[in-house]
Design a protein around this ligand. Sequence first.
Ligand SMILES: CC(C)(COP(=O)(O)OP(=O)(O)OC[C@H]1O[C@@H](n2cnc3c(N)ncnc32)[C@H](O)[C@@H]1OP(=O)(O)O)[C@@H](O)C(=O)NCCC(=O)NCCS
Length: 150
Amino acid sequence: MLIRDALPSDEPRWRRLWDGYLAFYETTLPEDVTARTWNRLIHKSDGLFCRVAETAGEVCGFSHSVLHAGTWTTTSSCYLEDLFVAPEQRGRGVGEALIRDLAGLAKAKGWSRLYWHTRGSNAAARRVYDRFIAADDFVRYRIFFGPDAS
Ligand SMILES: CC(C)(COP(=O)(O)OP(=O)(O)OC[C@H]1O[C@@H](n2cnc3c(N)ncnc32)[C@H](O)[C@@H]1OP(=O)(O)O)[C@@H](O)C(=O)NCCC(=O)NCCS
């Protein structure tokens, strides 16, 4: 399995996986949001970046992360926003490898933390996450603004 930065040529496959991810969350996004997201992931703008997992020459999963500054640290923090593995490739360690890849980048680049959250009920994801670290007791509050807030 190869884990690497997403390339512009990955767009068609990434879009199919992204559609699957949105379907998993029973949601849709306007095309301009998807197009802009891909553009920012590829150009690593606004701190966004995408790593993809490739098996047998086909991209089968992705991580989307946001690098940002913080008040408690002097180096960047990495927020893992989206993680997805194609259904037919699950249970083979791809999800774990995508997180391990980010942890490796964090160590190599001197980021201070890697963090993410998920629904308490997402048992498949939590099986993977619990291999890395125990969940803490923070809860999330969200206020939505604007037409594309979700
Ligand atoms: C969460 C996800 C990324 C894990 O990817 P993965 O490549 O299957 O991860 P791993 O192979 O490292 O581990 C899979 C774990 O899920 C379990 N699992 C649950 N449903 C599974 C399925 N349909 N197929 C295979 N494994 C499944 C496996 O048993 C395994 O746990 P175990 O080794 O303790 O038994 C993937 O299931 C996925 O994309 N889910 C939908 C999107 C999602 O929930 N993303 C995370 C949002 S925060």
